[in-house]
Each structure stands twice: as structure tokens, then as C-alpha cells.
Design a binder for this molecule. Structure first.
Ligand code: UD1
Length: 418
């Protein structure tokens, strides 16, 4: 068991590079099996989720090799179209494999993510969208069986702009004859990235980044080499860290336009944020006023993946703040842990009311999920005294080595074996 051990109270100064986006890598890796051709992905960040996804590909007969940070995927002998529960339990994104497997084989079988049943586990948008493409779907023994041998394009309407469902439908449609139009799509930059990747291997996908995506079916593909975008959630986390701890940091590789929702909030509080020559520069004097209201929304709204981090910042802000979590109701688990550190947070349904306190105190806390873990690291960095964070493996799902990055920025943080 590893823990993070943080001595809080240091300002952040220095430069750190931003890793390639986990949420781009996962669907791109899934999509790599569509063509049966060679796919090379450059600058791969080996997040634990990415390594799990490569195990899923290998379980289908795909050869995945690494040369340093280059991933070489050869799916020419991929001959299976079923994903077992042991994988779907670990990486929810395994649901993205449905679309690529349908494109490649016309069939797919995936265990329910987390073993939940379809009624109360939200994969209904994926299923409904695939049914609109004339995929026959049955649920049996904890598995979703998809038969897409008679897939037809046409019009698909998503009831909600789900990122995963949009990506799944794009990947399911790339070989369907004619044009498939997907309405009410998610508009996240990772979806634009997936479109660029698919097109680099010969697909014809247009419109990503807007709420309507058009997919013109093709029947031949080519080898490709692709470099995905940088991780906007990691960049946003480090911006918030600097805003709350104070200091001056540079992030190399991030793009300001991908984080406009959080940047606008920070700038309104007096944080300086500039982009120049491939760097985002952040300068802050530390303890800020509180933001009265934050609502998480699909992109370009405020990202749910940065909600716990901004919540950690608000605990020491001046004044009171309200955060409404509109995407994932269980994303307030951090609040109990922050209250152990001296925060004053009250929860009501999907709303957190945060009364800013003058300081947090180090404590022994537990990361219950990835973003909770990131928020706790930020709280530990600003707290008086020592903080230990348990269950660090959650953080490793989406941060390559969070302690190394913050050490580069002058923080006192290390990973210890318990
Ligand atoms: C992706 C991101 C995740 C991020 C989330 C929202 C990846 C690998 N993960 O997850 O980091 O937090 O977008 O920005 O890219 N929903 C349904 N039915 C469905 C699918 C989703 O009701 O079939 C609901 C979800 O419960 C949630 C909302 O739609 O309330 C958004 O989920 P979605 O956009 O699908 O998130 P993911 O693709 O799972």
C-alpha cells in the first residue's frame, strides 16, 4: 500500500510538463482495432487506466508494444470480440470497445461496467444510440450482446451529450455505408482528438467539437501514427493548485482554450494566466475570494473532473461558495475528508456549501476516487502541517506521478510504502 505524505504550506514555483490526455488515449486505443492496420501512438502517458486498456486489447488478441513512450498496436490478428468482467470492473472505459468491435467484427460482447445491470447503470445512452444504428442488443448473464451485422446509418439523437456515448457511436459508424448523423453530441476536445485520429487512419468523420457529428462510411483504412492532445484536467489541477497555494508556475504543453471555464473563474479572482510559446503561465498571491456559484456542465461548461480540486480551493477562500454537481451525484466524497482537515462544508443532495476557513490542518485522509485524490493533494499542499493520503492508486489512474510534478514545483510531497 502506497501513501502520499505532504508537508503543506509551500508556495509553488517552477515549470512542469503536461502529460498526454488519459481521456484521449483511452478511446483512441479502443478505436485502434477498427482498421486492422498498424497504429502508432506517440507520447503515451502510462497512466494505470491506459495500462489496463492495453491489457484489454491484448485479451482480444491485439499485440501492444512500447518503445519508451511510443505505443505500437498491431490488431491484424485480433480475433475476439468479448470483454470479460474482470476488465470492465477495473476500467469503465472498456464500454468504448463496443463501437470499435462492432465496426471490426459486426459483433461485440461486453460485461456490464462494474457488474451493475443496465436499468440503473448509466450506459443506456450507449445502448440506445447503437440500437438507432440497427444493432440488435440483448442482456444475458451480466453481459451485453451486440449484433451489428446489419448496422445501418441515418440519424441518431443522444438524449444527453455523453462523452463516452458520442465516442462509441462515432467508432461504431465509421464503416457503415452512407452518412450517419449524430445529434446532441458531447463537444469535449477529446472528441475532436478522436475524430482526428480516426481520420488519420482513413475514416471520414466531421463536425466533432460541435453538437452534430457526421460520419461517412469507408471500407478501407491505412497505417497511422498519431500524437494525442495534452491532458486538460491535469493542467487545470495544477492551475488551481497554484491559485490556492500562491506562486508562479509554467505548464508546458497545455492549451488555454481547453480550460477556459476554469481559467475565467480564476482570472476573476485576480489570478494571472497567460499563454505564450506553448506554455501556460499562472501567477497567484494565494488565499483568494470565493467563487459564489459553480455548476458542473458538459464542455465547454465547468468540468466535473475539476470539481473536487476547485472545491478544495474554496475551503480556504474568503466567503461562502456553492458548488452544484450536475453530472455525477457521487462526486462529493471528498467533503468528509476535507472536513477532517478543518474545512466547513455542508452537503445537500447534489450541492456543497463551502464556508471558507482561514486554514486547513494536515490529517490522515483517503482518496475514494481519482478526482477526490487530486483534490486532497491540493488540500494537503496548502494545509498547515503533515497530510497523509491513502489509496493513492486512484490518483495514478489519471496522474502519471503527481508527487514528482509537485516536487518539481517546489512542494514537499513524497510517496511512501506503508
Ligand atoms: C467521460 C470522462 C470522465 C468525465 C465525464 C464527464 C473519459 C474516459 N471519461 O466519462 O473523466 O468525468 O466524461 O465529463 O473520457 N450518462 C447516462 N447514460 C449513459 C452515459 C452517461 O445517463 O449511457 C450520464 C452519466 O451518468 C453522467 C453524464 O451522462 O451523468 C455524463 O457522462 P459521460 O459524458 O458519458 O461520461 P463518461 O464518458 O463516462
Amino acid at each position: 500500500m502506497e501513501i502520499l505524505y505532504i508537508e503543506g504550506g509551500k508556495k509553488l514555483n517552477g515549470e512542469v510538463g503536461i502529460a498526454t490526455a488519459k481521456n484521449s488515449l483511452l478511446p483512441i486505443m479502443a478505436g485502434s482495432i477498427i482498421s486492422g492496420k498498424k497504429v502508432i501512438i506517440d507520447k503515451v502517458a502510462k497512466f494505470s487506466d491506459v495500462m489496463q486498456m492495453s491489457k484489454i486489447l491484448e485479451s482480444l488478441g491485439v499485440i501492444v508494444e512500447f518503445e519508451n513512450d511510443t505505443m505500437i498496436i498491431d490488431s491484424s490478428d485480433c480475433n475476439k470480440y468479448a470483454i470479460k468482467e474482470e476488465y470492465t470492473k477495473k476500467v469503465r472505459s472498456s464500454i468504448f470497445m463496443l463501437g470499435p468491435m462492432l465496426s471490426r467484427f459486426g459483433k461485440a460482447r461486453v460485461a456490464y461496467p462494474g457488474g451493475c445491470n443496465i436499468g440503473n447503470r448509466p450506459i443506456d445512452l450507449h445502448i440506445k444510440g447503437l440500437k438507432s444504428l440497427n444493432v440488435k442488443i440483448e442482456e444475458r448473464h451480466g453481459y451485453i450482446y451486440c449484433d451489428g451485422r446489419n448496422m445501418k446509418g441515418g440519424e441518431v439523437h443522444l438524449d444527453f451529450p455523453s462523452v463516452g456515448a458520442t465516442e462509441n457511436l462515432m467508432m461504431a459508424s465509421v464503416k457503415i455505408k452512407g452518412v450517419t448523423t449524430i445529434h446532441n453530441c458531447a463537444r469535449e476536445p477529446e472528441i475532436v482528438d478522436l475524430q482526428s485520429f480516426l481520420n488519420s487512419m482513413g475514416a471520414k468523420v466531421y463536425g466533432a467539437g460541435s453538437s452534430t457529428i457526421y460520419v461517412e462510411g469507408v471500407d478501407s483504412f491505412c497505417d497511422t501514427e498519431y500524437t494525442p492532445m495534452k491532458d486538460r484536467i491535469i493542467a487545470g489541477t495544477y492551475m488551481i493548485a497554484c491559485a490556492m497555494c500562491g506562486g508562479e508556475i509554467s505548464l508546458s504543453g497545455g492549451k488555454k482554450e481547453h480550460n477556459q471555464a476554469v481559467i475565467n473563474k480564476l482570472i476573476n479572482l485576480g489570478v494571472h494566466i497567460n499563454e505564450s510559446k506553448g506554455y501556460i503561465e499562472i501567477k497567484s498571491s494565494g488565499r483568494l475570494k470565493n467563487i459564489p456559484l459553480i455548476e458542473t456542465q458538459p464542455y465547454p461548461g465547468f468540468p466535473t473532473d475539476l470539481q473536487n480540486q476547485i472545491l478544495a480551493m474554496q475551503t480556504i477562500g474568503r466567503g461562502t461558495s456553492v458548488i452544484n454537481e450536475n453530472l455525477f451525484e457521487s462526486r462529493f466524497k471528498i467533503c468528509n475528508e476535507l472536513n477532517k482537515m478543518g474545512a466547513d462544508i455542508t452537503l445537500k443532495d447534489r450541492m456543497a456549501i463551502i464556508k471558507g476557513v482561514s486554514r486547513l490542518y494536515g490529517a490522515n485522509v483517503t482518496a475514494s476516487d481519482l478526482r477526490c485524490g487530486a483534490g486532497l493533494v491540493l488540500a494537503g499542499l496548502v494545509a498547515d502541517g503533515y497530510t497523509t493520503i491513502q489509496d493513492v492508486y486512484h490518483i495514478d489512474r489519471g496522474y502519471l506521478s503527481i508527487e514528482e510534478d509537485f516536487c518539481k514545483l517546489g512542494a514537499e510531497i513524497k510517496r511512501l510504502n506503508k
